[in-house]
Ligand binder design. Sequence first.
Ligand SMILES: [Zn+2]
Ligand SMILES: [Zn+2]
Length: 256
Amino acid sequence: MNEHPFWIWVLAFFGIILGRYFVVAGGSYWLLYARPQPTGRDGTPPLAPISERAIRDDIQLSVIAAAVFALATAGVLSLQALGLTRLYARPDLHGWWYLGLSYAVVLILQDGYFYATHRLFHHPALFRWLHEGHHRSRQPTPWTSFAFDPIEAVVQALFLVGVVFVIPLHAITLVAVLCTMTVWAVVNHLGLDRLPLGFPHHWLGRWFIGPAHHSLHHRRHGIHFGLYFTFWDQVCGTEDPAYARSFELRLNNGPA
Ligand SMILES: [Zn+2]
Ligand SMILES: [Zn+2]
């Protein structure tokens, strides 16, 4: 294989992945945090200002993570050029319905992989080396959504590299998964105190993770390890029982 295109791909994907981060994370930060909010709601104390240093740290880790994901994507394309992956070119090859099915299967597998590795990263022997960076900002912001420590970024990118060898996937499906991952991670890191009261925190229901669920993980590290779905947290007993109760209360009292 000619090495030249590999590094062009790395550079191109680095630009795309980083650009996507600044657009989605930066855009939502600008929307929710740009206006000063001198007082909290319902008589609560004023909101603590977001630390600029924490944002800088988050962006720094995200730039490194973007480089890792760019290397992984270019690696997949190189292996594809050698005919080694199960990526396929014609979208109707396995039927159009298969695009949707494979998309759902990848999200379900990725959620399980994320739960297991994320829980492992919280082991005291590993936390400092693999995951402390993500928890550096006590108040997560959209900038935290892609702030992986370098080894954690490698582990998460490995899932996407591995899955193209196991499941036949079209590029459309892969792009849809990456977009879902980006938007979902940003939504999970929206500060609850910044969201309008009318924000539908639970519009996708009890089984889907959103900012209310993930913000608890940033306050108490022993709970809420999932990415998209609450399934593994429920099955493995790492979901806060008070979260389930508050969810039912909200359902009974109308939308949150
Ligand atoms: Zn964590
Ligand atoms: Zn987080």
